[in-house]
Design a protein around this ligand. Sequence first.
Ligand SMILES: Nc1ncnc2c1ncn2[C@@H]1O[C@H](COP(=O)(O)OP(=O)(O)OP(=O)(O)O)[C@@H](O)[C@H]1O
Ligand SMILES: O=P(O)(O)OC[C@H]1O[C@H](OP(=O)(O)O)[C@H](O)[C@@H]1O
Length: 202
Amino acid sequence: MAHGGSEQGLLILVVGPSGVGKDTLLDAARARLHDDETILFPRRCITRPAGCAGEIHIPIRAEDFSSMAKQGAFLLSWRAHNLCYGIPGHVRRDVANGKTVVVNASRSVIDDARDLLGNRHLRIISIRANKDALRKRLEARGREDAKDIEQRLKRASAYHITGPNVMHVDNDKDLETGIKHFIDAIQHRPIPADQSATDTAT
Ligand SMILES: Nc1ncnc2c1ncn2[C@@H]1O[C@H](COP(=O)(O)OP(=O)(O)OP(=O)(O)O)[C@@H](O)[C@H]1O
Ligand SMILES: O=P(O)(O)OC[C@H]1O[C@H](OP(=O)(O)O)[C@H](O)[C@@H]1O
């Protein structure tokens, strides 16, 4: 049986502050769950040029984004870090067809996602790490300059993630431990007690 599959379909939003490791964990899960056809890891649409370090995305021209959003190209969209982001509209059909869809999202769209899909079809995996780790990782990643990194660190504690179907995964330790707990959360296996708590601040 495919652990991550759901007869009802499920959207899993992976959220957390910049630098916490969302894309790294997603890349590892995508590779390790490759054989499970019930779990999909779609690419996001972003008004960031192709070829930047980090996540592979679908590049969209800034001048096209809002008309695409109006035409329904995105299931969810948001603005952050002077960029626009969209989760492709086909994800809704994928969930309706019973797939488990796992994608990186802004903490700001959790309520919109709950309104759109209802709690039965939605899980939030909130990735956490301490601020020192975030700073070191953003500096080492080298995609943003020092000013942008400060903005991202300021935004880190801007949200308090509460509500149903939230699983927390701490990615403070070695990456392999983070990956293991992340895959457990996707497959809804219990995460060790100190790694997860519902209704806890990020
Ligand atoms: N457990 C870990 N230990 C050490 N380094 C890590 C760990 N997890 C991720 N990293 C590193 O931290 C950096 C930031 O990770 P990543 O880009 O995945 O974060 P993110 O949450 O997707 O950030 P953003 O929201 O800005 O895209 C990467 O260079 C990654 O290799
Ligand atoms: O702070 P919040 O709104 O939760 O996250 C905002 C956005 O910031 C990050 O963008 P990027 O991947 O670094 O471009 C996340 O992936 C997310 O899409």
